[in-house]
Ligand binder design. Structure first.
Ligand code: NAD
Ligand code: MLT
Length: 526
C-alpha cells in the first residue's frame, strides 16, 4: 500500500479509484508551503492542481516520492527538471479539460465583445443601459490564436462556426497541419498587427513569460481585444492595463493572473475588462475526467507500469507495434540481470525484424527497468536511465531488419549471457525464446529458475526429485534444445522452470549440489 497525498480538490471518483487500488489517500487541502514540506515525507505520490507549488525543496522533503500527478494540464507549478533529477515521474491529465478550457476562452471572447458581465451587473443594480454596452460582432473578424496546440485547435474550430478568420502563431506547428485546420500561420508581430481578437493558448515557460508585453502591444492593430485563458504572466498585466487606458487595446478578458489568487489589479478598474478566477477547467465534466485520468496514471506509476502521460520519461509515446513488447523487454532485462554473475558493465540490446522499424526507446527504458528491478528502491521509466549512468552501464543498441524465425526478436547480451524473446499469437503473448544460445519456448514468469546441466539422461529427473522433496511445485517448464537458435552445437542442456512463488534458497543450494547440474540462476520478481 502506498500513501498518496492530495493537496487540492479532486473529483470523488478519482479518490475512490486510488482507495480501491489499495492505497491510503491522504487529502490535505489548503496547505501553506511550510505545511506541505511536513506532509510529503513518507508519501509515495502527490496529486495537485495549479495552486500547489512542487519545488525542488518539496521533492527533497519527499524522499519516497515515486510520482507527482497534476490533475490538469499546465506544469508550470511543478519543477519537472528537479523531479527528473530525483527520478520522480511527473504525470498530467493532458486531455481532461481541453474542451472546457476552449469553451471558456470562447465564452470570454463573447463576453468581452458584448460586455455581458458589465451589462449584467448594471441591470441587477437597477440600471437599464442599452446604449452604454453596445458591443462588436465576431463574424468576419480576424482571430489570432497564439499557441495552436490542443486547446488552440478547439478554439479555431469554434471560431470558424462564428464566421471568424483564424490565423495562428506557433513555431512548432507545420504549415501543412495549420492548413488542415483552416488556419494561416503568421509571425507573432504580424499576427498582432492584423488580428481583431487574440486568444492565448501557450504553456507558461521562461520563453513565453511576458511574451505579450509593452513592445508587442504597441505594434498591435489599434482596437485589438485580448483573451488569456492559458496562464497568468504570459501577458504583462501592467502593460495591458496601460495599453487599454491609452486606447490602443479595446479590451481584454482574462481567466488567469501572474499571481493567484488575484483579488486586486489595475485591470479590474477598466470597464472593458472581463475577468474570471481561473475557471477554465472548472466544469463537472473536466474535473471528473481530470480526477479519473490522474488517479489511473498514479495507480500505474505506483505499480511501476508504463504510464502513458508521464511527461519526463526519456521517450515519447508508445506505438501499437511497440506496446506488446513492454512487458517482455522488462522481463528480459530482469532475466539478463539475474543470470549475470556480476552487475554488467555493458548491455547490448538488439531489435530485429519488424521491431527494428519502430521507435524502440521506451523498450530500452523497460529493459533497464528490469535490469535494476532487483536493487534497492523503486525503479521507474524515469530513474532507470539515471541508475544506468550512476552504475557506469554502457548501453549499446542495434537494429536489424532480419530475423531467423520470428517476426520480431528482442535480444539482450550482458556478461557473456544472452536472452531473447518475442511476442506470439493473437494476444501478443510474451515468450522467452532463447537463453544462452539454447532455444527455449516459455512465457516469462515472476519466479523462474534457469538450470544449465550436462546434456545426458537423468538430470531432468534429478531436478524434479529435488524440487518434489522440498514440496516446490513447478507451474511451467521448458527444456532448451542443445542446438542454439543460430544453428551452432552446444555441449550442455538448459531448463527454464516457472513457479508461483520464489524457490527457497535451500532448494537452490541443493540443486547446485546435484550431479550433472552446472549452474542454477534464480529469477525472482521484486
Ligand atoms: P498544448 O501543449 O496542446 O499546446 C500548446 C501549444 O503551444 C503547442 O502547440 C506548442 O507548440 C505551442 N508553444 C509552446 N511554446 C511556444 C512558444 N514559445 N511560442 C509559440 N507557441 C508555443 O497545450 P494545451 O492543452 O493547448 O494547453 C495550453 C495551456 O493552456 C496549458 O499549458 C495550460 O497552461 C493552459 N490551460 C489553462 C486552463 C485554465 O483553467 N485556464 C485549462 C487548461 C489549460
Ligand atoms: C490546467 O492547466 O489544467 C488548468 O489550469 C486547470 C486547473 O488545474 O485548474
Amino acid at each position: 500500500m502506498s500513501r498518496i497525498v492530495v493537496t487540492e480538490k479532486l473529483a470523488p471518483r478519482g479518490l475512490e479509484m486510488m482507495a480501491a487500488a489499495g492505497h491510503e489517500v491522504d487529502e490535505q487541502l489548503n496547505l501553506s508551503p511550510e505545511q506541505l514540506l511536513k506532509v510529503v515525507p513518507g508519501a509515495h505520490a502527490i496529486i495537485v492542481r495549479s495552486a500547489t507549488q512542487i519545488t525542488a525543496e518539496v521533492l527533497d522533503a519527499g524522499a519516497d516520492l515515486v510520482a507527482v500527478g497534476r490533475a490538469g494540464i499546465g506544469l508550470d507549478n511543478i519543477d519537472v527538471a528537479a523531479a527528473t533529477r530525483r527520478g520522480v515521474m511527473v504525470v498530467n491529465a493532458p486531455e481532461s479539460n481541453i474542451l472546457s478550457a476552449a469553451e471558456h476562452a470562447f465564452a470570454l471572447l463573447l463576453a468581452q465583445a458584448r460586455n455581458i458581465p458589465q451589462a449584467h451587473c448594471a441591470l441587477v443594480a437597477g440600471r437599464w443601459e442599452r446604449v452604454k454596452w453596445e458591443g462588436v460582432e465576431l463574424h468576419g473578424k480576424t482571430l489570432g490564436v497564439i499557441g495552436l496546440g490542443r486547446i488552440g485547435a478547439l478554439v479555431v474550430q469554434r471560431s470558424l462556426s462564428f464566421g471568424m478568420r483564424p490565423c495562428a502563431y506557433d513555431p512548432y506547428i507545420s504549415p501543412e497541419r495549420a492548413q488542415k485546420m483552416g488556419v494561416e500561420l503568421l509571425p507573432l508581430e504580424e499576427l498582432m498587427a492584423v488580428a481583431d481578437f487574440v486568444t492565448i493558448h501557450l504553456p507558461k515557460t521562461p520563453e513565453t513569460t511576458g511574451l505579450i508585453g509593452k513592445d508587442l502591444l504597441g505594434k498591435a492593430k489599434p482596437g485589438i481585444r485580448i483573451v488569456n485563458a492559458a496562464r497568468g504572466g504570459i501577458v504583462d498585466e501592467d502593460a495591458l492595463a496601460e495599453a487599454i487606458r491609452s486606447g490602443r487595446v479595446a479590451g481584454a478578458a482574462l481567466d488567469v493572473f501572474a499571481t493567484e489568487p488575484c483579488t486586486t489589479s489595475p485591470l479590474f478598474e477598466l470597464p472593458s475588462v472581463v475577468v474570471t478566477p481561473h475557471l477554465g477547467a472548472s466544469t463537472h465534466e473536466a474535473q471528473d475526467k481530470a480526477g479519473e485520468q490522474i488517479a489511473e496514471q498514479i495507480i500505474m506509476a505506483l505499480r511501476g507500469d508504463f504510464v502513458p502521460f508521464a511527461v519526463n520519461v526519456a521517450a515519447t509515446g508508445v506505438s501499437e507495434g511497440v506496446r506488446p513488447f513492454l512487458d517482455l523487454a522488462e522481463n528480459l532485462g530482469r532475466i539478463a540481470a539475474s543470470i549475470s554473475e556480476t552487475v554488467p558493465k555493458r548491455l547490448e540490446i538488439s531489435y530485429s525484424g519488424a521491431l527494428a522499424g519502430e521507435d524502440t526507446r521506451i523498450l530500452t527504458l523497460a529493459v533497464l527497468k528490469g535490469v535494476f528491478a532487483g536493487g534497492e528502491g523503486p525503479v521507474s521509466y524515469v530513474n532507470a536511465p539515471k541508475l544506468a549512468e550512476e552504475r557506469g552501464l554502457e548501453i549499446v543498441e542495434s537494429l536489424s531488419a532480419t530475423t531467423y524465425e520470428y517476426v520480431s526478436l528482442l535480444t539482450i547480451r550482458a556478461n557473456n549471457h544472452a536472452v531473447a524473446g518475442t511476442v506470439t499469437g493473437p494476444r501478443a503473448t510474451p515468450r522467452l525464446v532463447m537463453l544462452d544460445d539454447h532455444a527455449v519456448e516459455v512465457p516469462p514468469a515472476p519466479h523462474m529458475i534457469v538450470v544449465r546441466n550436462d546434456d545426458r539422461p537423468g538430470v531432468v529427473g534429478s531436478v524434479g526429485t529435488v524440487l518434489g522433496n522440498a514440496g516446490v511445485s513447478i507451474s511451467n517448464m521448458a527444456l532448451g534444445q542443445t542446438t542454439g537458435i543460430e544453428g551452432e552445437l552446444s555441449g550442455t542442456a538448459l531448463m527454464v522452470l516457472s513457479f508461483d512463488r520464489p524457490v527457497p534458497d535451500g532448494v537452490l543450494t541443493a540443486l547446485r549440489g546435484t550431479p550433472g547440474i552446472l549452474d542454477v540462476y534464480a529469477v525472482t520478481a521484486t
